[in-house]
Design a protein around this ligand. Structure first.
Ligand SMILES: C[S@@+](CC[C@H](N)C(=O)[O-])C[C@H]1O[C@@H](n2cnc3c(N)ncnc32)[C@H](O)[C@@H]1O
Length: 311
């Protein structure tokens, strides 16, 4: 009996030591992006654990060679090594727009704009190209007062480009791994107007429910529902319920059967008016003195964009 009690105590002590080890106490000079306190219960003891969140380091400077090769500098507190020579930290911290590497190579330098950060987001599933995002914005006229619902989030390429110009984006992603990648991308871009949801857009989106913090953060009076999903027709009824009168439903699909099933579903709903389906073909040109001609690389297909309006 006594032996068992002693062993129990020993085990508790081991647990206590383990907890001390697990407790992550940031050292003074340790860089921790954000730490959050988490309550966990072990052996009926409530313990505060400081959980380290992954540090997301953003880009501080963009360097470009004369031939257009770009370098993204995250730490300006140390020299930056390139295959064109070393850029000193003094130059990185300066506001100079033209700097020279240790071996005399000229580099153009500027602070990163949204588009520079955007070009560096992590990619998981296939992202929607910018040419296709452009037409969604131009055809729907969304702007600084617009509320947007978007799915599936994927890497967040469409979501973040829209968030950069509208008031708020509610985005839905069914897969946890993609949701996590998009959440990291969101932190990296520093956008504050995106509500990320790890759930299916096909499920009911209840406006009256409150979020974890008791805030009523559910979409209503939506100006645009933008879909990039394998089965967009399954989201049409939900989209119709969310959209305000005059709002747009836009679906992006790479294949024609997806377009067909989506449009047929829309046509069954009286309050939705199908407008059109388009494909955007963009051709890059080569300009070299008087040698001005389309690039020889072929134009690839990306997707069809279908536009629908709520009446
Ligand atoms: C092609 S990707 C979207 C890419 C995204 N538009 C971008 O630009 O980064 C399609 C996404 O839809 C997600 N998905 C599929 N079914 C879904 C559903 N029912 N609800 C929410 N997301 C869904 C997939 O997991 C995938 O991440």
């Amino acid at each position: 009996m006594l032996k068992m009690a002693n062993e129990g105590k020993k085990e508790n002590k081991l647990q206590d030591n383990k907890l001390k080890e697990d407790k992550v106490i940031p050292k003074k000079d340790e860089i921790v992006a954000k730490s959050k306190k988490v309550d966990i219960v072990i052996n009926e003891k409530k313990v505060d654990i400081v959980k380290k969140e992954k540090k997301i380091e953003t880009i501080k400077k963009v360097l470009i060679t004369e031939f257009g090769k770009r370098f993204f500098v995250r730490n300006v507190e140390q020299d930056f090594h390139t295959n064109f020579g070393v850029v000193s930290k003094k130059d990185l911290k300066s506001d100079a727009s033209i700097i020279k590497t240790g071996n005399g190579t000229k580099l153009f330098a500027h602070k990163p704009a949204f588009i520079d950060l955007y070009s560096r987001i992590k990619r998981a599933p296939q992202i929607i190209p910018r040419k296709d995002i452009g037409i969604i914005i131009a055809e729907t006229g969304i702007g600084r007062n617009s509320i947007v619902v978007e799915a599936g989030t994927g890497s967040g390429a469409l979501c973040f480009m829209l968030a950069n110009i509208v008031k708020k984006v509610f985005t839905y992603e069914i897969r946890e791994d993609f949701f996590n990648i998009a959440s990291e991308n969101l932190k990296f871009l520093g956008l504050k107007n995106v509500v990320m949801n790890n759930k299916s857009i096909y499920d009911r989106i209840d406006e009256k429910k409150k979020d974890d913090k008791g805030k009523n953060d559910f979409p209503k009076d939506v100006d645009l529902v933008a879909l990039d999903l394998p089965e967009p027709w399954l989201a049409v009824e939900n989209a119709n319920a969310l959209l305000k009168s005059g709002g747009f439903l836009v679906s992006y699909s790479p294949t024609t059967p997806q377009v067909s099933d989506f449009v047929e579903k829309v046509k069954k709903i009286e309050s939705l008016r199908y407008i059109k389906t388009v494909e955007v073909i963009m051709r890059d040109w080569e300009i070299d003195e008087r040698k001005v001609r389309p690039m020889s690389a072929s134009i690839g297909h990306s997707g069809f964009i279908s536009f629908v309006r709520k009446v």
